[in-house]
Design a protein around this ligand. Sequence first.
Ligand code: GDP
Ligand code: MG
Length: 438
Amino acid sequence: MFKNLTSKFTHLIRSFSDKYKLSESELDIIIKKIRKILLDSDISLNTVKYLILNIKNKLTTLEVSRKISPSQIIVKSIYDEFTDIMGGLNSPRFKFNINELNVILFTGLQGVGKTTSIAKFAHWLKKKYKKKVLLSSCDIYRPGAIEQLKFLANKNNIDFFDQNLLDITIILKTALNYAQVNSYDFLLVDSAGRLHLDENMMNELSFIDSILKPSYTFLILDSTYGQDAINSSSVFINKFKISGFIVTKMDSDTKGGIILSLTYNTKKPVYFIGTGENINDLDLFYPDRLASRILGMGDIDTLIDEVKEKLTIKDQLIEKSFDMNLFKEQINNLLKLGGFKKIVEKLPSYNFGEINESKLDNDFLKKMLSIIDSMTIKERKYPSILNFSRKKRLWKGSGCKLHDINKLIKYYEKFSKFLSKENYQSSISSKLKNKSFL
Ligand code: GDP
Ligand code: MG
């Protein structure tokens, strides 16, 4: 996410000297560089103008004290402006009513990620709030569209309102009734997208809206569409009541500026971002966290939330003696968080720039699991007994190479050393936060 934008900002910030005063011309050069980065990142011209004006104003009005260097003030100004333009610290959060049915409509052009987002959103509601969620689709035009939602629902253990109806009115009314009678907390409705916005789609949406009276209507936008996504969102907003956005495919390596322009040009909030194709790849949107990530300062808060939500970490990790069984648990935890790459993305690039994520990709993590699975109980408990003949048995059993087994042992030893020195549970977040730039 934002690889391009972040690396440019990281590069710029690293180039700042630690001088306590900057001349006007030095400041001008920096402002020009910031403008160029923003313009190269698919951020619309009016948004760039607004941001640059505000950053400049802030820089000229802020008192430079002996304790804070101009470079820190510049970073802080950009961070504040990014946070504000994306909705600020008070950007609305998703809320729902307890003890009544909440109906939510998902809309957007074809292929932007509506169906995938509904499944992710339902999974999130079930996991985080333990809610009873029903999915329904009125995408009756595209063959397979309803089947796709049904497949995702079944795969992830989410209830799906199954029907063989071809009339939208009847589908919606029966789904609503079914959800009410069966005391569901949520009914999430997938609507049909089109390749291009047209009058028919708008009329159909208004019609669906009049039947469902949803508490939220999310417009799903594909971040890879860049400026086109913003143009189409404006058309939707002008004609239709949209609560806010879910911006998908933020994991793709696009120029990354879409959210800054989107919120500035539409004045509507982003509620969630899609960060991958898997069911867990939906993050709540926090403007300040994203601003921090864009500037290469990481997003430790989201990482901590994910650790809390997705993992059941054993408190006694340190007290238990570390062996291959516990190492296997940690590898599984890494995979649950989306793998090493997803974690590194959320860490400040200043501190972790040297980590080579490709060496620890998900395939390698899975390979390590299969090697551990081929070990005997004794080998897992006492990995130091792994001599050449035992390794030979392992590489035959797990289908790996000797080189992979040696790598696994190397990582195992590194990890156990780390655990013996540090308090794994408490230290990481506080240490990283202290190191962060602001
Ligand atoms: P719809 O036509 O709007 O319902 O779009 P779909 O939900 O069918 O998604 C279209 C494609 O985009 C599918 O291949 C999805 O797996 C993919 N997709 C959706 N959301 C994301 C995301 O956040 N990241 C990535 N990488 N792919 C996504
Ligand atoms: Mg769909």
